[in-house]
Design a binder for this molecule. Sequence first.
Ligand code: SF4
Ligand code: SF4
Length: 467
Amino acid sequence: MVKQYSPITESIPVIHIPTAPQSTPAQRNTKLHFRSQSGRFNRWRRGLNTLLIGLFFLLPLINYQGRQAIWFDLANQQFYLFGASLWPQDFTLLAWVFIAAAFALFFVTLFWGRVWCGFLCPQTAWTFMFVWVEEKFEGSRNQRIALDKAPMSLGKAGKRAGKHSVWLLLSLLTGCGFVAYFVPARELYTAIFSFSAAFWDTAWVWFFALCTYLNAGWMREMMCLHCCPYARFQSAMFDDFTQTVTYDAARGEARGPRKRKQATELGDCVDSNLCVEVCPTGIDIRNGLQYECINCGACVDACNQTMDKFGYRPNLISYTSDTALKGRSQPLWQRKRFLGYGLALLVVLAMLVLDLQTRELIDLNVIRDRQSLYRVMDDDSVENSYLLKIRNKTQQDRHYSIAAEANLPLTLSQQEVFIAAGEQLELPLTVRVKPPIQQPSYQLRFVVTDSLDTHQTVGQTSVFFSH
Ligand code: SF4
Ligand code: SF4
């Protein structure tokens, strides 16, 4: 008998709520065990996930110019990114990077839906890694379901213990990997595994380890279904031509089982249920576009292999759009969201480049001495005191010249300083002016210039009081 079929909604973007849905594991209150699937999209996902996890662990271990290449040094309020060091004042740069990343994500989503979720999201990558471990200890999907139902035994306890031990080890490594972006990485791993790490380093590592263990081991698809905001607002980025994983209902229905090469009036869907069994979020894509779908392509691989076995054309499920299935197309330049996101992305990238080019590598803050406005010296000259805070924002030691520009002849107590890479110098400085002095006060501007790169110069205005 042909199962009830809920038609795909007429137009995208609309999140379709199936009328007769396959209940999710959360609704069924059971753990979701999905079948592992081979195929083209699985290879892509596995490759990208491996790259992502590899980069996550390796990046903090890379050294550049004698220092960790990527390092959020919170204690000294610096962020090292290979040759550049960013300070809290430079965080507009990071803001531009995040805004650009958001628009890039919108842009990609417009074309291929939630491919980010399916192929590059850390939640997906870690979940698949944990499921791979689970499979090694507890077997295939059917074996895992049977094991869940079986009463506790020595064998079951052993499998569970093995799985959870490896999960905990992976979680602990992930916790270290994350904290390694904030404290020196090489020392951290040694210290954590020799139980000699500082209290807060240990606490943060275990906190992130616990989050990883719960997220990837237990919550898995629940995070995508109930916690991730992206799943909820994705449809706002789609247009009629967004390519999401879509079931070709016109071709597949009426679905039904049959023998190979058997002549039938039915559609191409042989109702193998494989597309449901491989789905990491436990949905039936044949019910139409659903917000739970992370566009991972596992069902595409499963269905294509089924089609192949039955000698049918591939792509009963494929990355396409409902509109494309109806044979309609539209030139790129007529897609409003393409133009909007594209323009926004270009503007943000331009702002980022501009911000980078105008970034100052010297920071100067001039503070007047608050104790006395001025001092009259033995030779009748007048002296004012200042505190100059000069920060060398480069990663090299530098010499700087100090000058003061004003409409009167003055002398400085010091005209050159040396500041080590990334350090801030607090320099007490006096400015002295010989009489005659006409006005009670003068504006003056302190200028600090990099002795090697004279284009790098900063200035700040202050006041000189004479009487
Ligand atoms: S429906 Fe298909 S593409 Fe969507 S999450 Fe499930 S398996 Fe992945
Ligand atoms: S895998 Fe393909 S043939 Fe099998 S139930 Fe899903 S859509 Fe139908």
